[in-house]
Design a protein. Structure first.
Length: 144
């Protein structure tokens, strides 16, 4: 919800500006990852304008605050759907329709950190997503 994101911004002492609210609202309604240019286009359709550099900066802030995530396979952004849920946030992305499912798994994070430590690496951040077919696209393609 946009209200939850507003509370996070305020708690971290960031201003709730009109452009930030507009980007939050676009991300809230999105059904698939959006690029900054997609966001700009959707805002223009509503008679609003934010330059793409500002949108990039807003998205960077949202990612730093865990309000949004960058989806590696598309380069687009999605609103975080898990809030403060513990564990690294991960994605399953349908290569057919672009549907995205976000999940978090504390145990998976611990295992990855342990593996990294065993090879002398100190993890600061995890990035991971799986690509495949959602149940609907799988049924359509394979009739099951």
């Amino acid at each position: 919800m946009v209200q939850d994101s507003i509370r996070v911004l305020q708690a971290q002492r960031y201003k709730v500006t009109k452009p930030r609210l507009q980007v939050l609202e676009v991300l809230e309604r999105a059904r698939k990852p959006l690029s900054p240019y997609d966001i700009q286009r959707l805002l223009r359709l509503k008679g609003k304008y934010i330059n793409h550099v500002t949108i990039y900066r807003i998205l960077e802030l949202f990612c730093n605050l865990n309000l949004a995530h960058k989806v590696l396979s598309s380069g687009g952004f999605v609103k975080c759907g898990l809030g403060k849920k513990e564990g690294c946030h991960r994605f399953m992305v349908c290569r057919q329709c672009g549907a995205i499912k976000e999940f978090a798994d504390e145990e998976l994070c611990r295992e990855e950190n342990e593996f990294a430590q065993n090879v002398g690496f100190h993890t600061e951040y995890h990035l991971s997503e799986s690509s495949g077919l959602c149940a609907n696209c799988y049924r359509k393609q394979f009739g099951q």
